[in-house]
Design a protein around this ligand. Structure first.
Ligand SMILES: NC(=O)c1ccc[n+]([C@@H]2O[C@H](COP(=O)([O-])OP(=O)(O)OC[C@H]3O[C@@H](n4cnc5c(N)ncnc54)[C@H](OP(=O)(O)O)[C@@H]3O)[C@@H](O)[C@H]2O)c1
Length: 251
């Protein structure tokens, strides 16, 4: 049975993803690594298997053992400090623990790794994407000013996933949503080289990640996702066919 392990499984995107993956048409076995015992029953109610542990405390080899114990074929990083604990914890979770998760995935012999990152994560001293307009550049300035520790931690993790892949050999996909909202999903997005756009529903982001889980051709793709008009499967297929890599030349 196809099996996915979600890291940071009690998060809002992760809970949508758990529900989507455990139900038809996916009908996957899902393991969910969470740090609080309090969330165990919530994960079980979604027909997934909770594993209680903290990504901040686990060494790469201890996490590799957990990954092996699940027989997962896909690992999804959906964790994040969420701004709790200041810049230091942002670095510890969003950068350091994410990089250990990449190492652990490779050590466990699993190839598929999907990272939930964020739109506009890039080295800002390099030229902005050529498709950006004035509105994108203004949004980019705003985001990097307001969330600099977060953006830097995400950038360093993503750079490690892409550049460090020679040593790990992962089949990675980086999904980069705009600001997340708790609105109900629309089932419609725009994905690839897109304008930064407005907030996207977490439910839609989870559906995009689920589509990546089953579409291995999204391996090696790095793409932005914002609200749009295309059906999610079709949008993700387009990314896979075009081998979109918005990060190329920007890390
Ligand atoms: N917020 C945005 O607008 C935005 C935009 C683009 C991308 N993103 C990214 O999208 C992803 C998902 O976002 P979201 O809104 O679903 O986040 P969320 O609800 O804050 O979920 C993050 C999860 O990570 C878990 N976590 C934190 N530290 C952990 C640890 N040491 N061990 C295990 N789990 C740990 C948290 O657990 P607890 O519940 O126990 O704290 C939480 O459940 C994140 O990677 C975020 O950076 C966010």
């Amino acid at each position: 049975m196809p099996t996915t392990l979600i890291l940071g499984g009690s998060g809002k995107v992760a809970l949508h993803l758990t529900r989507i993956l455990t139900q038809p048409p996916y009908s996957q076995k899902v393991f969910s690594l969470i740090r609080s015992q309090d969330k165990v029953s919530q994960i079980r109610s979604l027909n997934a298997e909770p594993l209680v542990n903290s990504l901040e405390d686990l060494s790469a080899s201890a996490l590799a053992d957990i990954i092996k114990s699940t027989s997962a074929s896909t690992i999804v990083w959906a964790a994040g400090a969420g701004g709790k604990g200041g810049a230091e914890r942002t670095r510890t979770v969003d950068r350091d623990a994410a990089i250990r998760a990449m190492d652990a995935t490779a050590q466990a012999g699993v190839k598929r790794f999907i990272m939930v990152s964020a739109v506009d994560i890039r080295v800002r001293s390099k030229p902005a994407p050529e498709w950006y307009n004035d509105d994108d550049r203004a949004k980019s300035d705003q985001m990097w000013k307001a969330l600099s520790a977060y953006c830097q931690a995400k950038l360093e993790a993503d750079v490690e996933l892409v550049k460090g892949n020679e040593k790990r050999g992962l089949v990675y996909t980086i999904v980069r949503p705009s600001t997340l909202s708790d609105e109900k999903g629309t089932g419609k997005v725009e994905a690839g080289k897109v304008h930064i756009g407005g907030p996207i529903s977490r439910e839609d982001v989870a559906a995009v990640v689920a589509a990546c889980v089953v579409d291995e051709a999204t391996g090696g793709c790095v793409f932005d996702v914002v609200p749009g008009e295309a059906g999610i499967e079709e949008a993700v297929r387009g990314v896979a066919v075009e081998k979109v890599h918005v990060f190329e030349g920007r890390y």
